[in-house]
Design a protein around this ligand. Structure first.
Ligand code: ADP
Length: 295
């Protein structure tokens, strides 16, 4: 099974071009869609989830055209949207039972079994009687995964799921996502590079509606091998370094700026070779489109 996106474009009524001729092939397993805020990720996710239409282009799930077979796609889809709303007074067990009913699990006994097994899977069984409004951010996201898994979807979309989670909640969420079957397509949209480096076997980078890279994280890293150099400089010197070098990212460490640059050969001038990581891949692509300092 694979999802094939061809020449997808979308311009909103106010003139914002959110997707600019995106072509992308998404195989089974975990796929990371990485891009800064405003890149067009949610627009792409909502279009795949059949919640909005593109202006041009096609999306195929194997032989099934997503735009003309919305109902069939919805039956195979699990979706955790970015702004996942919950009914705050309802408890997890009742809510999941209701969702299962809406998704067509008609038999009460089957639903009870399904709800119990999903709550166990996302580690919320002991919290099943608590009102959803009392859940922490991490619990809410795990509940979001449980509702997305109702109906055994073959395509699962999770949009910015780890934003706002603390490190231990994020870890627990990573473990849960990595347990989702290998036989499913899971698209994880995120602006957090660590989400992709921890979880995804394939990835793409989009920025300003354009596809900048697709492939395996390790291929991306290999393509930049021995091309990344680093140096700690005073903050005031940044502008002059930016005009002399291809600065891809900066981090403030103990009052000084740690610069990372991309270069074909050893730049000298106190720069040291750096171990390339996925963040370099991300910033190398993004910095060609937007100023890295404003990221
Ligand atoms: P991301 O999920 O990567 O943050 P979005 O798909 O939400 O990106 O947004 C892409 C661009 O489209 C942004 O410039 C955003 O402001 C704009 N946009 C998103 N939704 C709408 C809308 N309904 N109407 C107009 N512009 C929108």
């Amino acid at each position: 099974m694979k999802l094939s996106i061809q020449n997808l474009s979308k311009t909103y009524a106010n003139g914002t071009q959110a997707l600019n001729n995106i072509s992308l092939t998404i195989p089974q397993g975990m796929f990371g869609l990485l891009g800064p805020n405003g890149a067009g990720k949610s627009t792409l996710m909502r279009t795949i989830a059949t919640l909005q239409d593109a202006d041009t282009g096609t999306i195929m799930l194997d032989d099934l055209d997503v735009t003309t077979n919305k109902q069939a796609i919805r039956e195979r889809l699990g979706y955790l949207p970015q702004d996942f709303g919950l009914y705050p007074r309802i408890n997890a067990e009742v809510m999941l039972d209701h969702i299962a009913q809406m998704k067509g699990v008609g038999n009460k006994k089957d639903r009870k079994y399904l709800v119990e097994s999903l709550l166990n899977k996302v580690n919320l069984y002991s919290h099943r009687k608590k009102a959803l409004g009392t859940y922490s951010g991490g619990m809410r996201q795990r509940f979001g995964i449980a509702q997305a898994l109702v109906g055994n979807p073959s395509l699962i979309i999770v949009d910015e799921p780890t934003a706002g989670l603390d490190p231990s909640e994020r870890n627990r969420f990573y473990n849960l996502l990595s347990e989702i079957g290998e036989n499913t397509i899971v698209i994880l949209s995120t602006h957090i590079v660590e989400d992709v480096s921890t979880l995804c076997s394939n990835m793409a980078i989009i920025c300003a509606g354009e596809l900048l890279m697709q492939g395996k994280p390790k291929e991306g890293i290999a393509s930049l091998k021995s091309r990344i150099y680093k140096k700690a400089v005073e903050k005031e010197a940044l502008e002059s370094y930016k005009s002399d070098y291809q600065v891809i990212s900066t981090k403030l460490i103990e009052g000084r700026l740690s610069l990372r640059i991309e270069s074909d050969n050893d730049p000298g001038n106190g720069f040291e070779p750096a171990q390339t990581d996925l963040e370099d891949v991300y910033f190398s692509h993004i910095s060609r489109k937007v100023d890295p300092i404003t990221l």
